[in-house]
Each structure stands twice: as structure tokens, then as C-alpha cells.
Design a protein around this ligand. Structure first.
Ligand SMILES: [Zn+2]
Ligand SMILES: [Zn+2]
Length: 276
């Protein structure tokens, strides 16, 4: 298996899809990030961006063989799942991993609820491929395949969420959303996820100026993320889970300010591809 690791962004927004003339450059789909480890495909979150990844897989390969990790089950991170068409093809294999939902009956039950009357016309049983569900506890170390290690940590978000660090072939990519960072103390568990990582993709819904209005909402500012990245010696910081109210011009302003504060920092946009 080749040791190349790559990341492709299919959805970069938080809260709700926001297509329109003001978001064409950065994109309007909600969270979905593909992380390729050699020939293995991992996907982080099933936001509305997952539909386009599904279309790409259906076109190229027909069937899917995917490990899908959910940060949590808020609807902006799950809404794309019923539209992931390759899962409906016989021969597909979809393994869904989630934490924080055991007390609500587990991830299988959460997906069953989403895909049932009166919320959705097609039930989970219509999925033609094999679907596996795994509930885990944030903090556990997961090994979805030989040579791939996924470390996890609990995040500060209403109802809970999970942050991930994928290690493969000498590289590490962290996916940390949704979370409200502290401006004073850096959580040691988050520091460990981000430590020396090749890339850290992180919830930066707000700016520092917007934070006071949103205390307790479970999201962070890009300035807080920059502090974490400095502390953790991150090689590349990637701002993610953009506020739907931030149009392309505002995202340009944030990108410029963040790159000035921490050179090399980038802003996630749909279609962005990074290879290590
Ligand atoms: Zn979200
Ligand atoms: Zn959320």
C-alpha cells in the first residue's frame, strides 16, 4: 500500500448549507472531508458535501468502500448521508463510526430515525450495500485498517462531539469540529490531537469579535485556532466549518488576516485538495 496521504474538501460550512452568489468561491455545502490513506478512503462527517463525493465515487468506481467517522450527529453533519448514492449499490461497504449517541440508542438508531417517516421517504433497509455501525467512546484509539490509526478526543460542544487524528505513513491529519476552544487554557487532549500534525482542520466558525455573542454555542474563532496551532507546532492550519453568514469577501478577509497571524494558514473551500 502506498504511504501517500491526501485530503479533499467536499463541504466546509457549518450549521446549514448556504448556496448562492455570495458563497460560490468557498462553497455552500456542510462538513464533509475525504482523507485518503494509500488505497483506503476515510470520510469525516456526512454533511451535504457527501452527496458530491458519492457522485464522484459512483462515476469512478460504482461502489463504495468507506469508513465514515462522524464528529457528532447534529443535522449539518448527517444530512448528506441519505444522498450518498453508492451506498445503495450492492457490493458497497459503509462503516459508520460515532460517539456521544450511546445514550440516545446508538448511531444505528440515530440513522434509522433520520431515514424514516415522516422525515425521509427511504428507509435504511433500502441501502443495498453492507452498512456497519460502531459506537465508540471519545478518547478511544481506533484502527479501521492495518497501518491506519485514528486517535479521538472529546470536544466542547452541546451534546458532545469528537475530534480525530489520523496517522498514516508518517503523517498526521487532525479533524477537530465542532468545538468551543478556551481562550485561556488549551485542553491537553486537543493539544495531543494537533501535536506536530501535517494538517489540522478545525472549527473556526467565528472571529474573536463575534465570539462574545456566541458563548456556549460550541464553536471557536480563527484566532483561538491560531493559538492552538502555535502551541501544538502544527505544520499547516486549515480554517473550517465557516459561518454561513460569512460570504466569500468576508472569507477572503479572514484568510488574509489568519495567514498574516500564522504564515501558511489556509481556509478550506470546496474542492481544495492537499497531498502529503
Ligand atoms: Zn456543525
Ligand atoms: Zn454541532
Amino acid at each position: 500500500m502506498s504511504a501517500t496521504m491526501s485530503v479533499r474538501f467536499w463541504g466546509v460550512r457549518g450549521s446549514i448549507p448556504c448556496p448562492g452568489p455570495g458563497t460560490v468561491r468557498y462553497g455552500g455545502n456542510t462538513s464533509c472531508v475525504e482523507v485518503q490513506c494509500g488505497s483506503r478512503r476515510l470520510v469525516f462527517d456526512a454533511g451535504s458535501g457527501l452527496r458530491m463525493l458519492g457522485n464522484a465515487i459512483a462515476e469512478d468506481e460504482g461502489i463504495a468502500d468507506v469508513d465514515l467517522f462522524l464528529s457528532h450527529c447534529h443535522i449539518d453533519h448527517l444530512i448528506g448521508l441519505p444522498f450518498f448514492t453508492p451506498a445503495f449499490a450492492k457490493g458497497s461497504h459503509l462503516h459508520i463510526w460515532a460517539s456521544n449517541v450511546k445514550s440516545a440508542g446508538g448511531i444505528k438508531d440515530a440513522v434509522r430515525k433520520l431515514m424514516s417517516f415522516p422525515l425521509f421517504p427511504i428507509e435504511v433497509s433500502a441501502i443495498g450495500g453492507k452498512v456497519e455501525f460502531t459506537d465508540f467512546d471519545a478518547g478511544q484509539v481506533l484502527k479501521p485498517r492495518d497501518g491506519i490509526v485514528v486517535r479521538t478526543a472529546p470536544l466542547n460542544h452541546p451534546g458532545g462531539a469528537t475530534g480525530f487524528r489520523v496517522e498514516f505513513g508518517g503523517h498526521a491529519v487532525a479533524y477537530i469540529t465542532d468545538t468551543e476552544l478556551s481562550s485561556d487554557i488549551i485542553d491537553p487532549a486537543l493539544l495531543a490531537l494537533a501535536k506536530d500534525a501535517s494538517l489540522v482542520i478545525i472549527d473556526t466558525t467565528y472571529t474573536d469579535e463575534e465570539l462574545p455573542e456566541h458563548v456556549g454555542w460550541g464553536h471557536s474563532s480563527w484566532q483561538q485556532a491560531v493559538r492552538l496551532a502555535r502551541e501544538a507546532n502544527v505544520r499547516k492550519l486549515c480554517l473550517f466549518h465557516h459561518d454561513p453568514e460569512h460570504d466569500d469577501d468576508e472569507m477572503d478577509r479572514i484568510a488574509k488576516a489568519a495567514a498574516k497571524a500564522l504564515p501558511g494558514t489556509i481556509v478550506a473551500r470546496e474542492g481544495l485538495f492537499i497531498e502529503f
